[in-house]
Design a protein around this ligand. Structure first.
Ligand code: IPM
Ligand code: MN
Length: 358
């Protein structure tokens, strides 16, 4: 097959982890006789530096005219420490999610057997955990209006807004995943306090009765869900939740895997999908060859499977990552004192793909 891929490395460790994922895609292309055309574009702080806009029109154009999008990370400390900055790199990511209509973010969590001890949690707790977080991505407090400051500048507000239609379309995605898994959706909310959460409960219940009666639906308050995630993660199959809760809970889920550097994600909409690691730009590690490239490489595997239907190729990438981890070839975040850096880990995974049977 022949596919065009918009490649958005972004900031911090973005370029170096994306380089590994592209190497892996090249290996897949040569082994399985595919052609991937990479179309590079800027987003985040690097785009602000070049154009003043964190999500330039040219980048949007490249994303909408490519078959899929691979994204690294954005963020730069020079903006984090300047609350008065008018443009921020994160606005680029949010604008991109909104403009591309990426309303559902899928974050799978499943610890590697050989890595159980990398989690600060007891093996007996993380062993056998296998769940996905379906996070709503284009609504809630991230986008609600009004937002900002009052005139005196001494009060600030963010607004959480959800419509039934927004809730239904992402809930459909969660039930579809559950149907292919253990058939159980847990809606995480704060319905004891928030009106939006009560709308979520009502809407998801209705949808369940209408279309998904054969599946199990349960509800959990977000504070309780956070506790359960680290005390009994096996109890989850598909977690469905709104934007902000999903952001927080999916970082917490990184603890179960042993490193947030291992968790990929897919952000999907009606027309296209974007694949990105769940971690951020980790500026302290930029250029030091220590960032874990596995989350980005696994995001590319999700792209192969979901966007291109290349199931065998996706599995080959996944197996190669597992092999690298089992062989102790990965970055210091999961292998303390490791002599393998970002590049070496990428190279090893590439070699596994090339030498694997077909
Ligand atoms: C994520 C990130 C982003 C988010 C930031 C960088 C805006 O933390 O993808 O989880 O909050 O969605
Ligand atoms: Mn996050």
């Amino acid at each position: 097959m022949k596919k065009s891929i918009a490649v958005l490395p972004g900031d911090g460790i973005g370029p170096e982890i994306i380089r590994q994922a592209v190497k892996v895609l090249d290996a897949v292309a040569s082994k399985y006789s595919h052609t991937f055309e990479y179309r590079y574009a800027d987003v985040g702080a690097c785009a602000i530096d070049r154009t003043g806009n964190p999500y330039p029109e040219t980048t949007h154009e490249i994303c909408t005219t490519s078959d899929s999008v691979l994204f690294g990370a954005i963020g730069d400390p020079k903006y984090d420490n300047d609350p008065a900055a008018k443009v921020r790199p994160e606005q680029g990511l949010l604008a991109m999610r909104k403009a591309l209509g990426l309303f559902a973010n899928i974050r799978p969590v499943k610890p590697y057997p050989s890595l159980l001890s990398a989690s600060p949690l007891k093996d007996s707790i993380v062993d056998g955990a296998d769940f996905i977080v379906v996070r709503e991505l284009t609504g809630g407090m991230y986008f609600g209006e009004p937002r900002g400051r009052n005139e005196a500048g001494d009060k600030a507000f963010d607004t959480c807004v959800y419509s039934k239609a927004e809730i239904r379309r992402v809930a459909d995605v969660a039930f579809a995943y559950a149907a292919r898994r253990r058939g159980r959706v847990t809606l995480v909310d704060k319905a004891n306090v928030l009106a939006t959460s009560r709308l979520w409960r009502e809407t998801v219940k209705e949808l369940h009765e209408e279309k998904y009666g054969d599946m199990q639906l349960d509800f959990l308050f977000v504070d309780n869900a956070a506790m359960k995630m680290v005390s009994n993660p096996r109890d989850f199959d598909v977690i469905l939740t709104e934007n902000m809760f999903g952001d927080i809970l999916s970082d917490l889920a990184g603890v179960i895997n042993g490193s947030i550097g291992l968790l990929p994600s897919a952000s999907s909409g009606a027309e296209r999908s974007l694949y990105e690691p769940i971690h951020g730009s980790f500026p302290q590690a930029a250029g030091r060859n220590i960032a874990n490239p596995v989350a980005t490489i696994l995001s590319a595997a999700m792209m192969l499977e979901d966007a291109f239907g290349a199931v065998e190729e996706g599995a080959a990438v996944r197996n190669a990552c597992e092999k690298a981890i089992a062989d102790g070839v990965c970055t210091p975040d999961i292998i303390p004192g490791s002599r393998y850096g970002t590049e070496e880990t990428g190279d090893y995974i590439v070699r596994q793909i090339i030498s694997s049977g077909k």
